[in-house]
Each structure stands twice: as C-alpha cells, then as structure tokens.
Design a binder for this molecule. Structure first.
Ligand code: FMN
Length: 349
C-alpha cells in the first residue's frame, strides 16, 4: 500500500524521507518484525523496534540482539535503546550501527527511550526517569551522537508528573545536541496511559525548538480524525501510533486516505484473517512454533475482536499451541463470518 505520492506532509529524519509522516511506535512485546512488516505494508512510513536494553547488548545477550533484527520489509526502521549510563548507551549505539550490526539491515536511526514508565525501568534510572535528570539526559544524547553516524532521535513524555512537565526543556537540550527528531507522548510518567493525552505540551515543544527538527505527536490516535486533530492542535510534523495499530495496521492507510481526501476502503473479514494468519506464520518462521504462537496470541485476539464468534473462540485461540491449531481456528472464524474464500483457496492446493 505504500506509494510514491506525497501529501505535502513529508518529513526527513536524516536521509530518510517519510512521505506522510506516519510512524508505528515502539512497543515492547508488540512491534516485533512481522508486525512491523504488516504496518509498513499498510502505509506506515517508518517503524521502530521494541526497546532494546543497552546493558544487555553490553553483556552480549543474544536474545536482545534478536529484537534488533531489521529486514527489508520493515524498512525504514529505527532501533530504540534504553539505559542510564552514557558509556553503555554509546556502546549500544556503536554496535547497532557498526557494519556487523545485529540489526542485519542498517537502522534508519538510533532512538533513545526517555518515556518508558514501567517501575522496573524507571527504578533503574532508565526510560522516563531520565526526564528527571536533564544533565544526564544530555550526556547520554551527546555520547550516543558521538558513537554513531546514524541520526539520533529521542522519544520523551510530557514530564515526570503534573508538577514537573519539562518536555520543552528536554527537547531543547536534545535539539541543541543535534537530534534528528523528537517524539512527544503527551502524558507524564505518573499518568502512565490515562487520562487523555495533553496536546498542549506537544504544541509547546513544536513552538520552542528549531523548526528544522521534526516533532512527532504521540498519544491516543485511534482513527484518522484523531491524527488530524493531533496535527491541527499541536502543529506537529508527524504522528506516531501505538495502541491504535493493535489488530488494525490499516490505521495508517486510513490516515493517509484522510490526508489525501480520498475514501478509505475498510478491510474485509478475509483481509483481516489473512493478514493475521500471514503475520503469525512469519512469527513462527522467525521464533519457532512454541515461542511464535505464544507471542502471536495477543495479535490474534486483536485482529479477531468484534468478529462473530470471536469471543467464544478466544479461549481456544489463547490456548493454541501449534500453527495448525491456530490456522484451523481462524478458518472456523472465517466461515462463521462468511469469509469462505480463504478456506477454499487454502484447500485447493
Ligand atoms: C504494550 C506497550 C509497549 C510499549 N513499549 C514501548 C517501548 O518499548 N518504547 C517506547 O518508547 N514506548 C513504548 N510504549 C509507549 C508507546 O510507544 C506510546 O508512546 C504510548 O502507547 C502512547 O501512544 P498510543 O496512545 O498511540 O498508544 C509502549 C506502549 C505499550 C502499550
């Protein structure tokens, strides 16, 4: 679904052009390679890996390196790192952008996580905890910039809590150190994922840093209208979508259609089920059947939500252990929803 047509919304991150400024957000446990490929096919201009522990790379953890794997199908893709020590963050950036990168394909950028709110992360001084330590945040950005020739980007929150909304300060530090892009999730660390996103802080960042640095608005984009509101009310240059892409990678084509003023064709049940199946097959190829099926279950639940009979099949999908079992359950669902084409095509061979 990607096209060369531009909408007047193009942004640049280093040499990478995002024709419509549409990004898939990093999500630990969700934005694995197969899901990034699907989103790229559905119109995301740019994807980001799950967050990767700089310390784990430092200790040569093989599983962590696997998370950083990027293939042609998810390009352009940035790799996101988290950590609290400038030297270790610099090491991670250098390894990830070296010719022997575990990413396999060179990432489009190194993104620094300054927004993760999870206690096990912030209690180590990582993720959103960096927003409480602007000088340290600056030293990390500086060290990472020096360690790589790739563009360096940051993803921040509004601040730590309502009394400490310092996203403008952090964005200004990042801008002065030459980052290529700043993404702002308009909530504080204390707010985690509720209440609604505060667009004024994203607008403040856009107004207060160099206009040549793209500012990406993030938070609560679940449909094209949300994306348009984000752009309208913040002046942001691009939008980043996380939960809105759960089981709905078509959100990117929906937003793009709205930007271009053309109608959007809602995906059929066949397309939803075929997409889910293709994604789970790719996950199994990548991770093996045991891990692939386990990791894919949440995606299956999201893709099938709202289909007739999905609720009663959910427990069986969640308990499924093999690709054959998952395929059979999805065929049953397809039949229940009148999407017989998939079953007929598959049984013809
Ligand atoms: C399951 C999950 C995992 C996430 N993992 C990451 C991550 O690895 N790195 C990161 O910067 N943000 C992460 N986030 C935050 C999202 O990127 C995003 O900032 C947040 O969900 C708000 O966007 P949304 O309202 O579109 O969901 C995660 C969010 C969720 C729901």
């Amino acid at each position: 679904m990607k096209g060369s047509s531009t909408s007047g919304y193009a942004i640049h991150i280093g040499d990478t052009v995002l024709p419509n400024g549409l990004m898939l957000a990093p999500m630990a446990g969700v934005t694995d390679g197969p899901f990034r490929s699907v989103c790229a096919r559905c119109g995301a201009d740019y994807t980001v890996t799950e967050m990767i522990s700089a310390k784990a790379l430092w200790y040569h953890d093989k599983k962590t390196a696997l998370l950083a794997r990027i293939t042609e199908a998810h390009m352009p893709c940035a790799v996101q790192i988290f950590g609290s020590e400038p030297e270790i963050m610099a090491y991670a950036a250098q390894v990830l952008s070296s010719p022997e990168t575990p990413c396999e394909k060179m990432p489009a950028a190194i993104d620094i996580n300054m927004g993760c709110p999870m206690p096990k992360i912030v209690n180590n001084g990582e993720g959103a905890a960096l927003m409480r330590q602007p000088p340290l945040a600056g030293r990390i950005i500086e060290a990472v910039r020096k360690a790589t020739s790739l563009p360096v980007t940051v993803k921040i929150r509004a601040g730590w809590d309502c009394d400490h909304k310092n996203c403008v300060e952090i964005a200004q530090i990042a801008a002065s150190l030459g980052v290529a892009c700043v993404t702002v999730h308009g909530r504080t660390r204390s707010q985690m994922y509720a209440p609604g996103v505060d667009l004024s802080c994203i607008r403040a960042v856009r107004e207060r840093i160099d206009v040549r640095i793209p500012v990406i608005g993030n938070g609560d984009i679940f449909c094209a209208e949300d994306a348009q509101r984000m752009r309208r009310e913040t002046g942001c240059d691009g939008v980043m979508i996380a939960r809105g892409a759960y089981g709905n990678p078509w959100i990117f084509s929906e937003i793009r259609a709205a930007m271009m003023g053309v109608p959007f064709a809602v995906p059929s049940t066949e397309e939803r089920i075929e997409t889910a199946l293709a994604q789970i097959r790719e996950l199994v190829l990548l991770r093996g059947e045991f891990a692939g099926i386990r990791e894919g279950r949440k995606h299956l639940a999201w893709y099938t939500k709202g289909l007739a009979g999905a609720a009663s099949l959910r427990a069986r999908i969640m308990a499924a252990r093999s690709l054959d079992e998952v395929t059979a359950l999805l065929y049953t669902l397809a039949e229940k929803n009148g999407a017989l084409k998939i079953h007929e095509e598959e049984t013809e061979v």
